[in-house]
Design a binder for this molecule. Structure first.
Ligand code: CDP
Length: 231
């Protein structure tokens, strides 16, 4: 069975990880959430007091990089991969709003990206992987056999993320969630280093009006059309 690399990029909260997890489970592939890595660096810097009032000195973040060790474990009961920062399960903490508010600035730092991209490439070296993020198809795995560029209407994305926060008991207003998505999309598409752009050979997937099942079915069909044996 030929294993391929599936790269999923796109705007904030447009369902990349939902699709990536479903694909990985269906195909028996590994799933890697590259955004979780940038969120870990941000969480660590917040905990160390290096980020204060949404600002930081870049060199202070760089001093922390060698102290950050990331690992991922598959949780069999939730059937999803969880992120560990220096041995601690931080899956919940990295999704906090305060991390979302600072992560795009941290992810724009050159040396942060160099470290994260090296880990990402190593995780994907044997193929059979679905990775989502902002620069996976353009930079991390430019030779990926399938590249998707995901988008959805901003209000729909906001509602999905708002529901996610609410289900975890985090009460953030719809408007604050929306502003964060808009702000991050702006920063992620305008940064110098590996900005979010659509790879030339990526297939655009706008899931505004698609259910999870419909988008999965659509992508599975794309994979079969690639005439690769993935069953
Ligand atoms: O889940 P959501 O789409 O809101 O974001 P995420 O995938 O967790 O990514 C968080 C942030 O990490 C993004 O807003 C980017 O600033 C950064 N990121 C990146 O720069 N490159 C990647 N490959 C993945 C994420």
């Amino acid at each position: 069975m030929t294993k391929i690399t599936i790269a999923i990029d796109g705007y904030s909260a447009c369902g990349k990880s939902t699709l990536a997890k479903a694909l990985a489970s269906k195909l028996g592939y590994a799933y890697v959430d590259s955004g979780a890595m940038y969120r870990c660096v941000t969480l660590y810097a917040l905990r160390k007091g290096v980020i204060k009032d949404h600002s930081f000195q870049e060199n202070e973040i760089l001093k922390l990089l060698d102290e950050i060790h990331l690992s991922f474990k598959f949780n069999t009961s939730t059937k999803s991969s969880e992120t560990f920062l220096n041995g601690e399960n931080v899956e919940k903490d990295i999704r906090q709003m305060v991390v979302s508010e600072n992560v795009s600035k941290v992810s724009a730092i050159h040396d942060v990206r160099v470290k994260m991209i090296a880990i990402q490439r190593d995780l994907g070296k044997n193929r059979g992987i679905v990775m989502d993020g902002r620069d996976i198809g353009t930079n991390v795995f430019p030779d990926a056999e399938l590249k998707l560029f995901m988008t959805a209407d901003t209000d729909i994305r906001t509602q999905r993320r708002f529901d996610e926060f609410s289900s975890k008991g985090q009460h953030i207003s719809f408007n604050d969630v929306k502003l964060n998505l808009i702000q991050r999309d702006h920063e992620d598409t305008h940064r110098k280093e590996n900005p979010l752009t659509q790879a030339k050979d990526a297939i655009v997937l706008d899931n505004t009006d698609l259910t999870r099942e419909q988008q999965l079915e659509y992508v599975i069909k794309l994979i079969s059309d690639l005439t690769l044996n993935v069953e």
